[in-house]
Design a protein around this ligand. Structure first.
Ligand code: MTE
Ligand code: MOS
Length: 781
């Protein structure tokens, strides 16, 4: 036993601004991703899809024989090879090897080759007799053809018609906003290996290893215990790897099973963009009523999402759109109906915000259009309609801590010197005829939890080894968002050991089973809490041992910074963490534990769309200044100030990165990224036209604000969440609505006072230029 000083103050591990746990690996290029593991695997086979050249077609006949003549081709995988279910998804509407191609590029079979090139040539050689069928491409065509899928949810509170009849102003409008390509830097990738007992190991770039495991097991016709899925890390997921990796993993697993060799599936960028789902484009039609003082009275809206060819996650995405149509504003009377179109394009899927951005876009569009018509400053109009404490959302949930939305708002006004800068902008605009500036503020309120209540659970497995080092396995996946860093901090803080004593293991379904997707921003809430639970179990046992060693009651033992002492008083007898762990081992005390967490207090009735679907709301506000050029419609974001509520931050650097990244990605969606499908009647009908970085403009450093100030809201502890923290992954995405609103206000300045601007989305230079033209003519009345 050693004498150990009680540290005067233990360095807090939670809330410490540490770099991402893989930061050095990321920036040196040493970090490995799924496909790096694949290309190092001896005996590897490469898979290449045979994609449909039509947006909609029947496979009349498929002849793999010519492919087998190609040197290096090993096997062609078709529906006949599937021992289990021919399914690519957890939903029943996606065959792995379809007989009917439902979109341009839809893979109908896969060729395995000794090299990627052999597989590609083989795929070209497969003979397919196609019977082209009529195709419906995109939301508008689907709407005209009345092609919908899934349910049409309905959210209603109060008497909308009566409220609209009383309103001093009713604005009605139509909002058509494009979807978004995820453009994760790492495209979809899987590597499957089969061992001597037939056990399948799939490395997959997946946000949902358990569901990948389930789908692979179904396809192979084996129990889940015969399949292990591992995700080391992803080079971004952004929702695009929540439901869509399963089919690629299944192809790799089937190939490995049939050939006995490792099989790699990795999409090229062009394939990934052509084959995988995106953010849902949205068409909303609305009527909104205001009192003469600007109070929102009623909102009546129909929100139609572009579902694509299969249902995927479109229903929960649509539900979340409906639940966020209020954003941070109290609307007494609400009636919103949602619909999902069915058409012959990729199947749209989860994307950061999960429908929330589409819903919030509607109310911000309403407010942005209404302010000039009410003769009000948009700033005042938004501020006066923010939720007050005690008010409830349209689905009946109390808006707890509503004052935080207002606090974020008021603080960003102060830190962004908004009032003074708007005065400067007014005189600048008066002096400049051909370019205009504007500064807009928008709030965010985003609900945290999965709306499907069962998914709000998580597990963790914490091993303390005899040398005192700690290995944590948990159910969440790392995609750059810093979840592993936060969990590492939670484990170190709970156990009272230095951060570098804790390592996070790659996510594996054989370590922690039945996990939920790492999604809905709940990764650290759920897996952090499960990890804490496991750590507390081990710590409880270790305190007993320490108490015996030090002659103290277990609750008098303090473990901090890797030292074990009496909680009261300084100095005296103590021991190191490693000594304690070794003593516990010799005393035959279990040094590992499985932890579990489920979020309490959630209930949701999808039939009536009422209940408490969220654990809490994350709040924020952004003040964005733009300058718009009247000749070109191009804009520049001059300055952005953000105040965002992450509760008590678990990891401030990680959280800042999430706020900045989310904002940039949101600005990309709203102003730059233009997803286009070929809707012509030519041979390319249904093809994704923007299928590469050359035709799809992503935000780069040049488009980012010249000045970007992010402040995390002070004094924002959230009770009963790990470390008092709040989720941060998605909410900041929607802070970018302030960019769109600033552009709208700048465009209005080209017209006479009171001009209400109808702005296309994304607000590309072309869309902005047209809006300026309309503005000069007096705008929409
Ligand atoms: N940040 C990075 N760097 N890469 C990502 O893929 N995905 C976002 C967000 N932030 C993502 C990201 C999405 S869509 C979600 S739901 C959350 O991270 C998921 O992780 P979390 O629950 O641990 O926040
Ligand atoms: Mo995020 S869209 O919930 O993966």
């Amino acid at each position: 036993m050693t004498a150990v000083d009680t540290p005067a103050t233990a360095t807090p591990v939670l809330g410490r601004p540490v770099p991402h746990e893989s930061a050095v690996l990321h920036v040196t290029g040493a970090a490995l991703y799924t496909d790096d593991l694949a290309v190092r695997t001896p005996g590897l086979l490469h898979a290449h899809p045979v994609g449909s050249p039509h947006a909609h077609a029947l496979v009349e006949h498929l002849d793999p024989a010519p492919a087998l003549e190609v040197p290096g081709v090993v096997r062609v995988l078709t529906a006949d090879d599937v021992p289990g279910a021919n399914l690519a998804s957890a939903a029943p509407d996606e065959p792995l090897f379809p007989r009917e191609a439902m979109f341009h590029g839809h893979a109908v079979c896969w060729v395995l080759g000794e090299s990627a090139e052999a597989a590609r040539l083989g795929a070209e050689a497969v003979r397919v007799d196609w019977q082209a069928l009529p195709a419906v491409v995109g939301l508008r065509e689907a709407e005209a053809a009345h092609r919908y899928q899934g349910e049409a949810p309905h959210l209603e509170r109060g008497d909308v018609e009566a409220a609209l009849a009383e309103a001093a102003l009713v604005v009605d409008g139509e909002l058509d906003a494009a979807g978004q390509e995820h453009f994760y830097l790492e495209t979809h990738a899987s590597l499957a290996l089969v061992d001597e007992g037939g056990q399948v190991l799939v490395h997959s770039s997946t946000q949902h290893p358990t569901e990948t495991q389930q789908v692979v097991a179904h396809v192979l016709g084996v129990p889940s215990h015969a399949v292990t899925v591992q995700c080391l890390r992803m080079g971004g997921g952004f929702g695009g790897k929540e439901m869509q990796p399963h089919g690629f993993a299944a192809v790799a697993a089937l190939g490995a099973r049939l050939t006995g060799r490792p099989v790699r599936v990795r999409l090229s960028r062009a394939q990934d963009m052509a084959m995988t789902g995106k953010r849902h484009g949205v068409l909303a039609r609305y009527r909104a009523g205001f009192a003469s003082d600007g109070a929102l009275l009623a909102l009546d809206a129909t929100i139609t999402l572009d579902g694509g060819w299969s249902i995927d996650l479109s229903q929960p995405v649509l539900a979340r759109a409906l639940l966020h149509v209020d954003n941070a504003y109290f609307v007494p009377a609400v009636r919103v109906t949602g619909r999902i179109t069915a058409s012959h394009t990729t199947s749209q899927t989860a994307f950061r915000g999960f429908g929330g951005p589409q819903g919030m876009l509607v109310i911000e569009d309403v407010l942005g259009r209404a302010a000039p018509l009410l003769g009000m400053d948009p700033l005042d109009l938004r501020r006066r309609n923010l939720y007050a404490s005690g008010q409830r959302t349209p689905y009946g949930m109390e808006v707890r801590h509503a004052d935080r939305a207002a606090r974020c708002w008021d603080e960003v006004l102060a830190s962004g010197e908004v009032v003074a800068r708007r005065a400067e902008i007014a005189s600048w605009n008066a002096a400049h005829e051909h370019s205009k500036r504007a500064l807009a503020v928008t709030p965010v309120k985003f609900g945290i939890a999965f709306t499907f209540t069962a998914m709000n659970q998580a597990g963790a497995l914490v091993h303390v080894y005899r040398d005192g080092s700690v290995l944590v396995s948990h159910g969440g996946t790392e995609m750059g968002q810093g979840l592993h860093t936060k969990v590492q901090q939670v484990a170190a803080a709970t156990l009272g050991v230095p951060l570098d004593l804790v390592r996070i293991a790659p996510t594996r379904t054989d370590k922690v089973p039945n996990t939920s997707a790492t999604a809905a921003s709940s990764g650290s809430d759920l897996n952090g809490a499960a990890t804490r639970d496991a750590c507390l179990q081990v710590l409880g046992r270790l305190r007993e041992v320490a108490g015996q060693c030090l002659g103290l009651a277990p609750d008098e033992v303090l473990v901090a910074d890797g030292r074990v002492t009496a909680a009261q008083g300084s100095g005296g007898a103590g021991m190191t963490w490693a000594e304690l762990v070794d003593a516990a081992y010799l005393a035959r005390v279990q040094l590992w534990a499985a932890g579990f967490h489920r979020t309490e207090g959630l209930h949701w009735d999808p039939a009536t769309m009422t209940g408490t679907p969220f654990r809490y709301f994350a709040y924020g506000a952004a003040a964005t200044e733009v300058e718009v050029d009247g000749f070109t419609g191009a804009h520049r974001v001059r300055r952005v100030d953000i105040v965002h509520d992450v509760g008590d931050s678990l990891s401030p650097l990680v959280d800042l990165g999430q706020v900045e990244g989310g904002f940039a990605q949101g600005a990309g969606w709203l102003t730059l990224e233009e997803l286009r499908w070929d809707t012509s009647d030519g041979p390319g009908r249904g093809r994704v036209l923007s299928a590469g970085a050359s035709t799809y403009k992503l935000p780069s450093l040049g488009e980012l604000p010249e000045t970007l100030h992010v402040t995390l809201l002070d004094d924002a502890r959230e009770e009963r969440v790990v470390g008092g923290s709040k989720a941060v992954g998605e909410p900041p995405f929607m802070l970018a609505l302030s960019v769109r609103e600033a552009i709208r206000e700048a465009v209005a300045s080209f017209g006479p006072p009171g001009t209400s601007v109808d702005l296309g989305s994304p607000a590309t230079p072309e869309a902005v230029w047209w809006a300026i033209e309309r503005s000069r003519d007096g705008g929409v009345r």
